[in-house]
Design a protein. Structure first.
Length: 231
């Protein structure tokens, strides 16, 4: 068994999941687990045929819950590092080794970022959120990341269940609990299939922005409770 696990949350990604799994397996010696968030297409079948371990949710629980299922699997099987990557083709598995190499020294989280991929409006929103949160991260919503095993207990803690996405809230939790974050520029492509779970409607965008802004203003005062829950 490898010491590295690649976690791919997926919801109705039959158009891309096989290619992503195969590219992940070709690009590294890591194990690959696909968390199928109750897809109604052939996502699970194609992922398994491509060589991935597949865990299927019986009902749709959302992107963050799917990610946490992958983290729980990693903890149970004692992996040293976890890579998270999207199933829609935006992220390039070929640079996973580059991310892992950057996870050296004192760094515990590496973010694969590409801030040029977003609109001007989103860049402005990120600029505000960076100032309020105190995080010096250029790409706040990139799900292309590497975590050390030490990060996983915090991301599985009771307090982390208040989050909905693997983005700014997770980074704030990690940063405020003393984990060291860095980011490197990586290439990204346009989404090949599926749709964003945040930016598919103006109502969802406004809801996301409001909740994230309030989270930043609060500075996640749940830190002490989360820290004790993670012990």
């Amino acid at each position: 068994m490898s010491s590295i696990l690649i976690v791919i949350p997926a919801y109705n990604e039959q158009a891309t999941i096989a290619e992503i799994v195969l590219r992940c397996r070709a690009s590294s010696e890591a194990d690959v687990v696909v968390i199928d968030d109750a897809s109604v297409d052939n996502t699970s079948v194609l992922a398994e045929q491509s060589g991935a371990i597949v865990i299927r949710h019986l009902r749709c629980m959302g992107a963050w819950r799917a990610m946490q299922t992958g983290f729980l699997y990693a903890v149970h099987h004692r992996y040293d590092k976890v890579v998270t990557i999207d199933a829609d083709g935006q992220h390039h598995p070929e640079v996973i080794t580059q991310l892992l190499t950057s996870l050296s020294g004192e760094q515990e989280v590496v973010i694969g970022s590409n801030p040029q991929r977003v609109s001007l409006a989103r860049k402005l929103a990120w600029s505000v959120l960076r100032k309020v949160s105190g995080l010096a991260v250029t790409d706040l919503t990139s799900g292309f990341r590497v975590y050390t095993a030490a990060c996983l207990q915090l991301m599985l803690s009771r307090g982390s269940s208040l989050l909905e996405f693997q983005d700014l809230g997770v980074l704030m939790l990690l940063n405020q609990n003393g984990f060291r974050l860095t980011e490197i520029q990586v290439p990204m492509s346009d989404r090949q299939s599926g749709k964003s779970r945040i930016f598919y409607s103006w109502f969802k965008v406004l809801d996301y922005m409001l909740s994230t802004f309030l989270l930043c203003l609060a500075k996640i005062h749940l830190k002490s409770r989360i820290g004790s829950a993670a012990k």
